[in-house]
Design a protein around this ligand. Structure first.
Ligand SMILES: [Zn+2]
Length: 154
């Protein structure tokens, strides 16, 4: 039984399609969906899996680790704050000294910054690596300082 054929989901500009077919002329390249060799493709559709194909510009290496490192402290603070409020809803809010209130405020600010940064991830990734490192290092320094303060002085 022949495979059902489907039209490309995104109609390509003829010149874009020509670029793709020119790129694959006499060149081995695997279909990103099924791995089929697209050498000498004649239509912008994979003959094996029927997936629409297009040529795109990509980065040699997209590094996400500075973003992930910058997001980690805020994410953990937001989870901690959520856990605290979740438990407090079941067991009631505990009486709290000023240090506890300040800790909750810190967790809330950190979680908000983490959410803000996660929403602006494309902006973050457009920054030079040195700026990304500065963001991650600054956020970690603030959180480690707060942690050490709470652990030893509060
Ligand atoms: Zn394919």
């Amino acid at each position: 039984m022949p495979l059902p054929t489907s039209p490309p989901t995104l109609p390509l500009d003829p010149s874009e399609s020509d670029l793709l077919l020119t790129f694959l002329h006499e060149r081995d390249h695997a279909c990103p969906r099924c791995g089929y060799n697209l050498r000498n493709l004649t239509q912008p559709v994979c003959p094996e899996c029927q997936e629409s194909l297009f040529l795109k510009v990509g980065l040699q290496k997209l590094t996400l680790h500075w973003l992930l490192l910058a997001l980690a402290p805020g994410t953990f603070c937001a989870i901690g704050l959520g856990f605290f409020f979740g438990m407090s809803l079941f067991r009631g809010f505990p009486p709290m000294p000023l240090e506890g209130v300040l800790t909750l405020v810190f967790l809330a600010i950190s979680g908000t910054v983490g959410i803000w940064l996660a929403l602006r991830n494309r902006w973050f990734l457009r920054q030079p690596t040195s700026t990304q490192i500065t963001w991650a290092a600054t956020l970690w320094a603030i959180h480690l300082t707060a942690f050490l303060y709470v652990a030893y002085f509060a």
